[in-house]
Structures are given as C-alpha cells and as structure tokens.
Design a protein around this ligand. Sequence first.
Ligand code: FMN
Length: 193
Amino acid sequence: MANVLIVYATDYGNTRKMAEAIASGAMSVPDTQVSLKLAEDVTTDDLIASDALIVGTPVHMGSPDWRVKKFIDTVCSRLWMKDSMVGKVGAIFATGSGYGNAGGGSELTMLALLNNLAELGMVLVPLPKNTPGYYLAGLQWGPYGRSAGEKMEQTGVTDERLEAATYHGANVSRIASVLKGHDLFAKPIPVLA
Ligand SMILES: Cc1cc2nc3c(=O)[nH]c(=O)nc-3n(C[C@H](O)[C@H](O)[C@H](O)COP(=O)(O)O)c2cc1C
C-alpha cells in the first residue's frame, strides 16, 4: 500500500480543485491510500507516514503562497535535519491567473517548490509532454491550472484543465508503489577509488 499525501493552500478553491483531481488520479491506482491536507494542518507524522508528497500552491506575487512556504520552512525543515524524506517521491502543482504573456511567475513558483523537495532528497516526478491535457494545463514541472481567461476574466480552473492533474496523480502513485520499500540512496556513501 502506497501512501500519497497531497498538501496545498487555497483562497478561492482553484488549487483545491487541482488537488482533488490529483487525488482522484492517485486513487485510480490499486493499493493506494490518498490524504488531502491544507498546508497548515500537516504534521511531521503525516510526512513520515507518506511514500509520496505532492505540494500545490496558488501563485502569489510570482512565488508560492505563504502558508505553503511556512509548511516547508517549519514542518518539512524538521525532517530535512533528520533525512526522513530522502528517497520518498515528490511532485508539485500550481494554479495562477497568469497575468501577462509569461505566466505571471508560474514557472518560478513551481521551480521553487521542486527545489524545496530536492533539498529534502526526494525523487522528483516531472510531467511528460505526452500526458493527456498537457497542451492546455501542463508544464514539465507539473500540472498548471490557469484560473483566468485570455483577458483575465475569472473563469476558475475549468474541467478540461484538470485532466493533466489527474494523470499526474496517477503517475506519482504508480512510481511510489514501485519504489516503496527500496532503500534508494547508498548509505554510507562509497569511497571512490
Ligand atoms: C495576493 C495574490 C497574488 C497573486 N499573484 C499572482 C501572480 O503573481 N501570478 C499569477 O499568475 N497569479 C497571481 N494571483 C492569482 C492566483 O494565483 C490565482 O487566482 C489562483 O488560481 C488562486 O488560487 P486559489 O483559488 O486556490 O486561491 C494572485 C492572487 C492573489 C490573491
């Protein structure tokens, strides 16, 4: 049984919608247990019990939401000290209104989260470009749900923009199942001749 933990923050529900789509994809993989949690409710025990962690955020001023950052800097950092997350599976997602042609900081936000998971020593899962729905709501870093239209009209994340998120959840879950129980990183580090 692989445990997939999805952690997110939201003000208007768009990031929750993406989190739920990811959860439904993860649950489609047999023998998977999925937990959805707001960033402020997550404990170190939740993280230790997980085999995969998927972190999602709305883009705020071109960077992750402060509640997600607080989760990283308080809960995750305690486990960074102990190497407790090393070798677990990590992935991310985001939503934004994408003001301007360059996506309003969406890539910077997603890379910031991936960087945090890399700091924890996690095995990162990208979003391949052949993922269904990628053309509409995909970046190589993970699913990106734009919650506004071309002229910034607030459409919310539409259903067709959830497809890539669903597949991402399934991918992460499958990879977590395959890797579960394997001690992936060499300990102690071998001395090279
Ligand atoms: C304070 C604030 C700052 C924002 N900054 C950005 C931004 O820099 N780039 C962007 O694309 N969207 C930005 N947005 C829009 C949100 O990312 C977008 O509406 C998102 O889908 C909201 O997610 P939620 O419904 O889960 O709260 C901002 C929204 C707020 C409230």
